[in-house]
Design a protein. Structure first.
Length: 292
């Protein structure tokens, strides 16, 4: 029902104006969006609904809950490079690589369009704490020295290897200190491309030396474990990794035997149990017993 509230007002020149408003209808309820400002206790834009959505998704991923497993290449068999397990534990920072779809423009007529012709991978960066025995620097220096030696390059298949990055969850139920693995990223045919510099200085007293390493790789595999049971699905991948690492480290009496025993004793391959068994070896156990 509409009524003329103000009526028509005559203005000079024969022009009349008026205003019509709906009578019997609340203007504030005329055009309401569903779920916005309604009578519900938890509207779509409310803080309660947002918190419920966050909790339903398992809160947020923690970038500090990860583990890196580096399988030594064939060329490092018989080379004294220290304990590979200590090198893996001392990976203080890394990134899960992304990729880019390379495109080209195609414009026969009208608006242009781009089509994909290649998949490009980013370089993967890692930073390692350097132990007092310099195992980390010796390991990657030995690896890169086997690629190129006095003008002679080695075969590609002899110096490439596999690197696996495990992203863990901090809110999922585990056993003791073990953390379930949510995602595994496998770098295929990976090898170090850049051996970073080690800066020195009197002003760095009390700090830990860091070694940056850039890796390149041929392909990448993403494995998502959140849809199933991470413990059961990760067992085969870890067993394969331990087998390759044990073969590559067969020349190291202590490392080979210890790694072989570790692979046999794993019944529930959670990250926490792996780190605890590895912590007794170089060099992270000397930095305060983080995983002891």
């Amino acid at each position: 029902m509409f009524g003329n509230i103000l009526g028509k007002v005559k203005l000079p020149g024969g022009v009349s104006i008026g205003a019509n408003f709906p009578i019997g209808t609340d203007p504030s309820k005329g055009k309401k969006q569903p779920g916005v400002g309604g009578e519900d206790s938890t509207p779509q834009n409310g803080i309660n609904r947002m918190m419920a959505n966050v909790k339903r998704g398992g809160l947020f991923s923690r970038p500090y809950l990860y583990y890196v497993f580096i399988t030594p290449p064939k060329t490092l068999m018989g080379v004294d490079v220290g304990d590979i397990r200590g090198v893996q534990l001392n990976c203080s920072a890394c990134s899960i690589p992304g990729f880019t779809m390379a495109t080209k423009e195609h414009k026969p007529y009208g608006l242009k369009r781009e089509y994909v012709y290649e998949k490009l991978f980013d370089t993967m960066n890692m930073t390692f704490y350097v132990s007092e025995e310099m195992h980390e620097h010796n390991f990657f220096n030995s690896w890169m020295s086997t690629m190129w030696d006095r003008g002679r390059v080695n075969w590609y298949r002899d110096y490439v290897s596999t690197i696996e990055i495990f992203q863990c969850a901090g809110t999922k139920p585990g056993e003791g200190d073990d953390l379930p693995v949510m995602m595994k990223v496998k770098l295929i045919d990976a090898y170090p491309k850049t051996l970073g510099a080690l800066p020195l200085g009197y002003g760095t007293a009390g700090s830990i030396q860091n070694l940056p390493i850039d890796f390149t790789f041929r392909d990448i595999e993403y494995t998502d474990y959140k849809g199933g049971k991470p413990v059961e699905k990760i067992l085969s991948s870890l067993s394969d990794g331990f087998a390759h690492a044990q073969n590559a480290l067969s020349s190291f009496t202590e490392a080979g035997s210890a790694l072989g025993g570790l692979g046999k004793s794993l019944s529930m391959p959670k990250i926490g149990s792996i780190l605890k068994q590895k912590s007794q070896f170089l060099p992270i156990s000397k930095l305060g017993g983080m995983f002891v």
